[in-house]
Design a binder for this molecule. Sequence first.
Ligand code: ZN
Length: 243
Amino acid sequence: MAITRRQMVSGAAIAAAVAAVPSRAQDTATKKQKIVVCGGHPGDPEYGCGGTIARLTALGHEVTLLYLNEGDWPPTSAAERLEEARKACEILKAKRLYAGQKNGHAIVDEEHYEAYRKVLEQVNPDIVLTHWPIDNHRDHRACWNLTYDAWLQGKKKFALYAYEVSDGEDTQQYSPATYIDISSTEAVKRAACYAHASQTPDRYYAMQDQVAAFRGIESGSQRAEAFFMLRGSPSDLLAGILR
Ligand SMILES: [Zn+2]
């Protein structure tokens, strides 16, 4: 069958248009995503997600650590804790924000839900990581509640994940499904955790590293961090970027 010139042009135009539209997979791999990692205290995002954060920032994604409070607790001053967090974020190439609450005295009420939601909205993240809801520390449970509520109020626009920290002491009955290989960034994670020098890192890093080794055994790598994605998230974006 003879093809007219008009048909040829339109065929070429369609082919070019199809080529110009990136596939969803290509889009996920190349778009710079905004990620917020929420923690009840300075150090929680680093211990729970430090290897994943280092992988994300190495790829050029923008990661912000959102601490519920400044982490000061006698005899450690706020100035000392702020400086430790500054160093940790520098190591991870992450930004940092504070939600303005007090260590050990987290408040979850209408006013604080609103204030927290506004902080998250300012960043307008694609992905948020936060504490698992069953946790022995009140501040961690508060952090989960505030983040989950912001996700619901914002119509589940970002992919929401939970992470684990100090299992047994803090996180309880955790059941992850998204595993991220952190073998290549474990040393960076370790340095960021040790930047919180006032928080007995010898004890807590050893504990968290046992968890990372176990998650590695489960997923076939040397070290891994494991996350729980909330149903209703737009997609498993974290796995899309890092797997
Ligand atoms: Zn904590």
